[in-house]
Design a protein around this ligand. Structure first.
Ligand SMILES: Nc1ncnc2c1ncn2[C@@H]1O[C@H](COP(=O)(O)OP(=O)(O)O)[C@@H](O)[C@H]1O
Ligand SMILES: [Mg+2]
Length: 441
């Protein structure tokens, strides 16, 4: 008896230790098979509870009371007849993922992926998992992705980013990497309240892009406090309004010049040019977008209008000519002027950290699923770096950036300072051209 008890204790401690020290093997060998069995076994009940079943007419054996026998016992007759039964969506075997599991379902007639998205929270509670996310790879199929625990609580280190203009900045809720790829999504809007992790993301970009053959340009109208330490790797930095106007004029002129280059070579964009001719890509980082649009008094009105137009120009045409925008902002609202709304329309990359006002979340995530907005509004202050992102596959994800300190970004900026193309060199051959002509037109 004592021996049996001891054995149980030893097994219990062993399992606990296994789970504690090597969760991945524990999950694959023990946790996942048990979970898969229980999910399959309980699917009918869960689907019924979450309202995902449909009534269907089926031929079924039913029992009907028959004649009363002489002994007084009701004889039951079995009959084959059509009855309405609850059918559940057909479920594949759940497959293990890094942080949980995923399973493919065949939707029933009349169902859309939205029905499953609506039931996602109920499903998560029924299965006792952290969250269930729904995607639909093709019509008639729905993939449910369950994560056991919040995978974004702790995040490891920033990996190297070997591909041009592509930086892995964090991790998605699904366990996949969160990639900012300027060649697929050229312009980004990054919103968040103070201390929400906006600058952290900019740091991650600087660390990722510093070793690459790209020019980095900074706009930091908070007096340059954020970006000045990274100046060694920046090709240009604007810290006040007049500097930013000058720099934007340069960018527009650069764009017009590259346009001419592409036209001559009959190329649609700089990537179609032969490598020898291809100009260096420029990534423009803006810290605090609102500063560019705010005016202290009336006298700045013209300057603000020019800034706004130039920035919009860059956003509209920059993509093809290798000029990419990454705009961070605490508040992104229509009250900043029509320029912001127009700029927003050009930025297809959307990142929404914790925000203070619902309007910023709506402006940033806008046209996405309303559930994304709810999720954005529920980001806790204790988890800076967590954000809702709109992905290139049309989905939205919760994600968390890798923690990249200012020191790390400064270090990268100094280490790769020699790779920073000089702004004078980039703009040297620009024809004498007055960009204001273009803006007035
Ligand atoms: N991904 C992250 N993981 C952990 N801590 C983070 C993360 N991002 C930001 N932080 C913490 O939050 C603080 C504020 O982040 P910061 O990027 O400066 O915010 P913001 O620029 O939005 O004001 C940072 O000093 C850092 O300690
Ligand atoms: Mg900041």
């Amino acid at each position: 008896m004592l021996k049996a008890l001891l054995a149980l204790v030893v097994i219990g401690v062993g399992l606990w230790a296994w789970r504690r020290w090597h969760y991945r093997s524990f999950w694959l060998v023990l946790g996942y098979p048990l979970m898969a069995l229980s999910v399959r076994a309980s699917w009918r009940r869960v689907a019924l509870g979450c309202g995902l079943t449909k009534k269907r007419q089926r031929w079924w054996f039913t029992t009907v009371p028959g004649a009363i026998a002489s002994t007084g016992i009701v004889k039951v007759r079995r009959r084959f007849q059509r009855v309405a039964v609850d059918t559940k969506p057909w479920m594949w075997l759940p497959l293990p993922t890094r942080h949980g599991w995923r399973v493919t379902l065949w939707t029933l007639e009349g169902q859309v992926p939205g029905d499953y998205a609506e039931a996602a929270e109920a499903l998560a509670h029924s299965w006792g998992v952290h969250a269930v996310r729904v995607s639909s790879p093709r019509p008639g199929r729905v993939v449910l992705m369950a994560t056991m625990r919040d995978p974004l609580v702790k995040i490891d280190h920033l990996p190297a980013s070997p591909e041009l203009l592509k930086v892995t900045v964090g991790r998605l809720e699904t366990g996949k990497p969160w990639v900012v790829d300027f060649r697929t999504i050229p312009h980004w809007l990054n919103a968040g309240a103070t201390q929400s992790g906006k600058s952290n993301l900019a740091n991650a970009l600087i660390v990722g892009l510093a070793p690459q053959p790209v020019a980095l340009v900074g706009f930091d109208l908070k007096g340059g406090v954020e970006f000045t330490p990274y100046a060694p790797r920046l090709s240009a930095l604007a810290t006040d309004r007049s500097e930013s106007l000058k720099l934007l004029d340069d960018l527009v002129a650069l764009m017009v010049d590259r346009m001419g280059l592409c036209r001559q070579a009959a190329a649609r964009n700089i990537w179609q040019l032969p490598p020898a001719l291809r100009p260096v890509p420029v990534v423009v980082l803006v810290d605090e977008l609102a500063e560019l649009y705010l005016m202290a008094d009336k006298s700045e009105k013209d300057e603000v209008a020019r800034t706004s137009t130039a920035l919009l120009r860059v956003a509209q045409l920059g993509r093809a000519f290798g000029i990419y925008l990454f705009c961070c902002g605490q508040r992104i609202g229509s009250d900043l002027g029509p320029g912001v709304t127009a700029l927003r329309a050009q930025c297809s990359g959307r990142i929404c950290h914790r925000v203070n006002d619902p309007e910023t979340a709506t402006m940033t995530l806008g046209d996405l699923d309303p559930a994304a907005l709810v999720s954005a509004r529920s980001i806790a202050a204790e988890t800076p770096g967590v954000a809702i992102i709109a992905s290139s596959d049309g989905q939205w994800y919760r994600a968390r950036s890798f923690y990249v300190t200012e020191t790390a970004a400064e270090h990268a900026a100094r280490t790769y300072a020699h790779l920073a193309p000089a702004w004078d060199e980039i703009t040297a051959h620009l024809p004498d051209f007055d960009p204001s002509q273009l803006l007035d037109a």
